[in-house]
Structure formats: structure tokens, C-alpha cells
Design a protein around this ligand. Structure first.
Ligand SMILES: Nc1ncnc2c1ncn2[C@@H]1O[C@H](COP(=O)(O)OP(=O)(O)OP(=O)(O)O)[C@@H](O)[C@H]1O
Length: 247
């Protein structure tokens, strides 16, 4: 569904993505992991067309995304930090988004309802707490029932009830066959929500396979120690990169 074909990206002298080769298939949910600054958001933004790779190409449903915008309609994106017009009210924001997609007549309002956003529809975006803004971002990502969901640190800043609501929504979408990409530092969330693991380190894809095979390779039964081991390997034995990279 999404093919990342040897993309590279530099910011100044810093090579953030080095020849990334990845493929993301429908019905799977991918945990995109790596230390702070390892390139997770840059990868996601490249798929969204918000960052232009210096080399390589990205295909969505077999077609290059270069110079196109239409494919974005297939994707629901929840950014790490949602930026919205400060004076716009929640209700106005949702109306504006709906007006931008007039062809869509049915909305997925699960999160609008579960987060009770209607009750605060007259609040301005600029006055919202960080967590409430996250709820709005999440509800918008799911609004048009997209085939692909890209969620950048989706549970960060949410209270425990909201976290459970969002996780249960993500699981329902995954079960319905959607493609889901999640970046997070919260390993317990990733274990619950994903079946594929991608670990990025110093601009390279260090691990890319199923969570089952991650556990096998690391000889760990649980996800968290398996990731911890992977992190130790990245730090101590950088030379194992080639062995662990399944492109
Ligand atoms: N627009 C930009 N201009 C210059 N440098 C950038 C830009 N965007 C990202 N970077 C740099 O690229 C590197 C990777 O950033 P990125 O946001 O992709 O990391 P990340 O893995 O998502 O990090 P985190 O876990 O902290 O969210 C960082 O060193 C960052 O400073």
C-alpha cells in the first residue's frame, strides 16, 4: 500500500534518513520506534508530502506521490503537535474540515462523541489544554474514515480515560483492515496496538520485521525487554545493522 523506495533526507549536513526502504501493507499496524531525533517524524512527514526527500521515491497504491496531493485523502494524520488557528472554535474547525471534503457524506464521529467534543464546540482552539487539543487532533484524523492512519505520538498528553478511548478506536480500525503507522515512546501502547516493528537508529532502519520475529531474534518473550535489547545492540554493536535490516 505504501512503498518507501530508498529515500534519503539531509537537513544541512545532518543525514536524517539514509536510503530508507520500507513497505507498509494494509491490515497491519506498524510501530515506528527510535531515540529522540532519529528521524521518525521526518519519515512520516515524507510520506505525507510535508518533507521532500532528496533521493528515492514513495509510492502509495503503486503511484509516486511526487507532485501530487490527491493521495492525502487516503490518509488520516494525527500530528505530534497540532497547530490550529487560535481564534477558531472547535465546532468551526470541524465544519471547515468537512467543507474541504464535500464529496464525503458520512463521517466517523466515534471520537467526537467519546471525547464529548460537542459539549465544548464553542471553545477557541487557542484556549484549549494540550490534552484537549490532542483529542481534537485524534478526532480529525479519523473523521473521514481514511484507509491509512498515521499517528505521531497519539497518546502523549492524554489522560488515562482518553488514552483507553483512543487505543480502543485504533484497535477497531486495525481489525477492520486499515493500515496504521504509529510512532511512540510508550512501549506498552505499541505492544497493544501494533504487529510490526520498525526501529530507526542514526538515520538507518535497524530493524524491520514482525514483533514476533523481534522477540525471537532477541530471545525475549516480552516486547519491552526485546526493544531494550535492540537499543543495547544499536549502542554497543553498530556493526550488526546489516544483519538486522530486512529491507
Ligand atoms: N525542518 C528541519 N530542519 C532542520 N532539521 C530538522 C528539521 N526537521 C527535523 N530536523 C532534525 O532531524 C532530526 C530528526 O528529527 P525527527 O523530528 O524526525 O526525529 P524523531 O525521531 O521524530 O524525534 P522525537 O522522538 O524526538 O519526536 C533531528 O535532529 C531534527 O532536529
Amino acid at each position: 500500500m505504501i512503498s518507501v523506495n530508498a529515500i534519503s533526507k539531509k537537513f544541512g549536513k545532518q543525514e536524517v534518513l539514509k536510503e530508507f526502504k520500507l513497505s507498509f501493507e494494509k491490515g497491519n499496524s506498524y510501530a515506528i520506534m527510535g531515540p529522540n531525533g532519529s528521524g521518525k517524524t521526518t519519515l512520516i512527514k515524507s510520506i505525507l508530502g510535508m518533507v521532500l526527500p532528496d533521493k528515492g521515491e514513495i509510492l502509495v497504491n503503486g503511484q509516486s506521490i511526487k507532485g501530487r496531493n490527491d493521495y492525502r485523502q487516503l490518509i488520516g494524520y494525527m500530528p505530534q503537535i497540532g497547530r490550529y488557528p487560535q481564534n477558531m472554535k472547535i465546532g468551526q474547525l470541524f465544519s471547515m474540515m468537512k467543507d474541504m471534503r464535500p464529496e464525503i457524506k458520512q463521517y466517523d464521529l466515534d471520537l467526537v462523541e467519546e471525547f464529548e467534543l460537542d459539549k465544548i464546540k464553542d471553545k477557541s482552539m487557542g484556549t484549549l489544554s494540550g490534552g484537549t487539543r490532542q483529542k481534537v487532533s485524534a478526532a480529525l484524523a479519523f473523521l473521514f474514515n481514511p484507509e491509512i492512519l498515521i499517528l505521531d505520538e497519539p497518546t502523549a498528553g492524554l489522560d488515562p480515560i482518553a488514552v483507553e478511548i483512543l487505543k480502543s478506536k485504533i484497535k477497531r480500525e486495525r481489525e477492520s483492515g486499515k493500515l496504521i503507522l504509529i510512532t511512540s515512546h510508550i512501549l506498552s501502547d505499541l505492544e497493544e496496538l501494533t504487529n510490526q516493528a520498525i526501529y530507526i537508529f542514526e538515520g538507518e532502519v535497524f530493524f524491520n520485521d514482525s514483533i514476533e520475529s523481534l522477540k525471537e531474534i532477541t530471545s525475549e518473550e516480552k516486547f519491552s525487554p526485546a526493544i531494550a535489547k535492540l537499543m543495547q545492540w544499536t549502542l554497543k554493536k553498530k556493526s550488526t545493522t546489516k544483519v538486522l535490516t530486512y529491507a
